[in-house]
Write a protein that binds this ligand. Structure first.
Ligand code: ADP
Ligand code: MG
Length: 338
């Protein structure tokens, strides 16, 4: 009998049923950005895995092998940032197509090592196989955090403000520019192509939130705010209201969106791969939050809405409230219209 088509998140929920609840010693199992293991009373281990597949996550027509290596590690480190942790070690799995020059794998490695150096991560193992279906990279990253600093997707409370660490939608715009072969000024190109091709994991911001106990919940933005905020809401059993006028849409995004005939707000809400952090914090922390970010030389966090009772994510626009719960990138489903 044919089962009804499952989306990525429904499938993960069903996999979690098959695998059962997290055993003792596992602080967070399936459902957060990293698995969290209680190593000893002073240290939790953070463990994450992410894959990049040719044709889905990247196209070597518009990305060099070195850029691919940089991005593969950066997006994995982003999940460590999403717990407030510090990354330490990585394992690399390479699936290499038989028709591609094998030496190219060393260019991937050079890109990876650049990001590893930048964030003091050591590559200490992996696996190398032939992949006739296209190039595939799988990264596993290990990190750590003190138990009292851990930040999860659950923990958001009604009345909390919702913040992001930087502008949204630029990576999605960059991808569309590349796909459609649109020529831009060097400045605009650097901004939107840079956002897509060379995302920076927000590790310093994650550490700042964790060390100063500033946030109640934290996630990184890989699938778009509408989708990723919905994960925080689901795990925290709350709803959220975003304000369209407060969405951090840069001047660069507005200009590029006009060239693409796209709504910049739409790109900011549903475009994936920003790899900024989204977090919730009580309003009384606002001034401390700003002070801590400033002291750490980080750009000020941007408030985009608040946590409300319920279980939906709404966008407040001049026309009224729109339910945008879960709208964003999902593997196995066509892009959503809302
Ligand atoms: P992220 O975008 O932060 O990497 P995902 O959306 O990929 O997170 O995954 C959400 C949660 O589901 C994570 O806790 C992850 O470990 C878990 N997960 C995803 N795929 C699987 C799988 N095939 N088996 C078990 N757990 C999975
Ligand atoms: Mg994540």
């Amino acid at each position: 009998m044919q089962s009804p088509p499952l989306g990525e998140f429904a499938l993960i929920a069903q996999l979690a049923q098959v695998f059962g609840p997290a055993p003792p010693g596992v602080v967070q199992g399936i459902g957060d950005d990293c698995a969290v293991l209680a190593l000893n009373p002073e240290q939790y281990l953070l463990w994450t895995i992410d894959s990049l597949i040719e044709g889905i996550h990247f196209d070597l027509a518009y990305m060099s092998l070195k850029q691919l290596g940089r991005k593969a590690l950066a997006v994995n480190l982003s999940d460590i940032a999403a717990m407030g942790g510090e990354p330490q070690y990585a394992l690399l799995s390479i699936g290499w197509p038989p028709d591609r020059e094998l030496n190219g794998a060393l260019e991937v490695a050079a890109g990876l090592q650049e990001i590893a150096d930048q964030y003091a991560v050591r590559l200490i193992g992996g696996d190398t196989v032939r992949s006739p279906a296209g190039l595939m990279l799988g990264l596993t990253v290990l990190g750590s955090i003190r138990p009292e600093e851990l930040l999860c997707r659950h923990g958001a409370q009604v009345g909390n403000l919702i913040y992001v660490t930087g502008p949204l939608g630029e990576a999605a715009a960059g991808l569309e520019v590349l796909r459609r072969g649109i020529a831009l000024s060097p400045e605009l190109e650097a901004t939107v192509l840079g956002a897509f091709l060379d995302p920076q994991p927000q590790l310093p911001a994650g550490r700042c939130l964790a060390q100063n106990h500033l946030a109640t919940a934290l996630i990184d933005l890989s699938d778009g705010v509408a989708s990723d905020l919905f994960h925080i809401c689901t795990r925290s059993r709350v709803g959220a209201r975003l304000h369209a006028l407060q969405m951090p849409i840069s001047a660069a995004l507005s200009q590029v969106a006009a060239r693409l005939h796209r709504d910049p707000l739409d790109l900011a809400l549903k475009g994936g791969e920003d790899y900024q952090l989204l977090f919730t914090a009580p309003p009384h922390q606002e001034s401390r939050l700003r002070q801590c970010f400033q002291a750490a030389n980080l750009p000020p966090p941007l408030a985009i809405g608040q946590i409300i009772a319920g279980d939906r994510v709404y966008l407040e626009t001049q026309e009224g409230l729109r339910d945008i719960s879960g709208a964003g990138f999902e593997h196995f489903l066509a892009p959503t219209n809302e």
